[in-house]
Design a protein around this ligand. Structure first.
Ligand code: DHK
Length: 148
């Protein structure tokens, strides 16, 4: 059975394409999802996608992923990166390995963006590579035994 991978994007990432293009680029979230699903086909994995501006929705989706047999999560928590113990706990509580992705280089931005509640528990973090970061993450999640 194909490996199931969940792509989660947090708040304001639905605005990609028009949101601060100098920081986040001009591609849309639909572009990110389309590319991920196409690459998933090539890699022989099933890519599910979810975006929410609400912390509880993200938590509930992570809980459901466990039940659904998702083997890996690629998550850009958006601003919740810097605030959400609750989403951290959902990932730890379901024990699904994950890669943290940020489109921008958060370490080169405002100090409050330098801390993540996720990075120490992530298999890997990819920051500053634009939406390409999602592609690199999927390549790894689809092929690494860490997500088998
Ligand atoms: O670069 C990104 O993808 C992250 C996206 C956001 O929405 C910000 O709140 C984060 O601080 C950075």
């Amino acid at each position: 059975m194909s490996r199931r991978i969940l792509l989660i994007n947090g708040p304001n990432l639905n605005l990609l394409g028009t949101r601060e293009p100098s920081v986040y680029g001009s591609e849309t979230l639909a572009d990110v999802v389309r590319i991920a699903k196409a690459n998933g086909e090539k890699l022989g994995v099933i890519v599910e996608d979810y975006q929410s501006n609400h912390e509880g929705g993200i938590i509930d989706r992570i809980h459901r992923a466990k039940k659904d047999g998702v083997k890996g999560i690629i998550i850009n928590p958006g601003a919740y990166t810097h605030t959400s113990v609750a989403i951290r706990d959902a990932l730890l509580g379901t024990d699904i390995p994950f890669i943290e992705v940020h489109i921008s280089n958060v370490h080169a931005r405002e100090p409050f963006r330098h801390h993540s509640y996720f990075s120490d528990k992530a298999v890997a973090t990819i920051v500053g590579l634009g939406i390409k970061g999602y592609e690199y993450a999927l390549d790894f999640v689809a092929t690494s035994p860490k997500f088998a």
